[in-house]
Design a binder for this molecule. Sequence first.
Ligand SMILES: O=C(CO)[C@H](O)[C@H](O)COP(=O)(O)O
Length: 432
Amino acid sequence: MSKGDHIKPIIQVALDLLETDRAIQIAKESLEGGADWIEVGTPLIKSEGMDAIRELRKNFPDRIIIADMKIADTGSMEVEMGAKAGADIVVVLASADNSTILEAIRAGKKYGVKIMADLISCNDPVARSIELEKLGVDYINVHAGIDQQMEGHDSLAIMKKVVEQVSIPVAVAGGLDASSCSEAVASGAKIVIVGGSIVRSSNVTASAKAIRKSVDSPSSAPVLKSSPADEIRKILEDVSTSNISDAMHRKGAMQDIFSMMPGKKMIGTAVTVQTFKGDWAKAVEAIDEAKEGDVIVIYNGSRHVAPWGGLATLSCLNKGIAGVVVDGAVRDIDEIRKIGLPVFATCNVPNAGEPKGFGEINSEIVCGNQSVSPGDYIIGDDNGVVVIPKERAYEIARRAKEVEKTEQRLFEEIRRGSTLSEVMKLKKWEKH
Ligand SMILES: O=C(CO)[C@H](O)[C@H](O)COP(=O)(O)O
């Protein structure tokens, strides 16, 4: 049997990293956990060039190595580059012109490498798979890209259709974890390509092992999906406001709003209140309009009189409201702490305002210099408060989770004795 012939389902670990030495270490840990093939990820190839493939080949002489070059043109030249650097399989984009695919296949034959076609962003993946098999590719990869995954795309449904139409081995990729890998194999995938769930895990070996176990005893029971709102909330529970700010490219964080309840996290959807200078009527009426799990977000604009205090906070607790944010002052901080509801504000003062009744409930407001609309997600912790526009809540939650996973792996590498600049090769990425 040659090194490419596998009877068991194949786990291809996708090293979507930027540094070759980290990739080698993570590859070692993945193989210990039961991964089979090593993919030199597209970001790694872009960061380190073909030398990343050479180094991995040197370190893993007996393993199948895939160069995820996502070739779009010059099929022959790029397959030759991948082959000469030590790859066994080179990836070409399925959406490339047939002339490129054919040149890649011809070069593959000449240099002794197989060609995998990646269906990422293909308009008609099933029809294209049939064409690709006729053209002569060796493998098809049904792939939901990382940015697409963040918007809720997955690859399993299409993969199930593709396996019915072609007889070459079908790989699947796109945010797979142990349970989706199991479903994929039970539905006919021969290769599961796994990036984030292994390489961004703080325990790479354990994560690879979990995937090994799931693909070796596959189950066709579809992974039960929770509702988008439940999924968003579940992810937001795992991530910090710092993770969310990173996911939003530093947008979304409220300015000069601080936790009055250190250690308490808040997640909810906004009920907005516009009031003025200590007028607390609308702020308190909003409690009756809000429902369980909402966060009351108030613009008041005074640092000297408070539209919010202990009695209002206790009323929120009774209604299951998740927390309160005030652009302005709050009072009764001792009572708020006893009640234990997360409250975030600009400052605390002893002075109460008056219930005059000016303002609006559930209009678009600006709070902490951020625009907030009713229904936007509001997350608060000891770092501060961030707003996620409701239209992007799922995507941002998913991206924040990726940020959190990446950081967990970096923490693990620093715990082993590195420094942050060593792990991140900081000097390499400084602007010149
Ligand atoms: O090719 C890729 C992105 O274009 C990835 O390698 C592939 O999607 C697997 O990674 P993940 O499991 O994180 O989706």
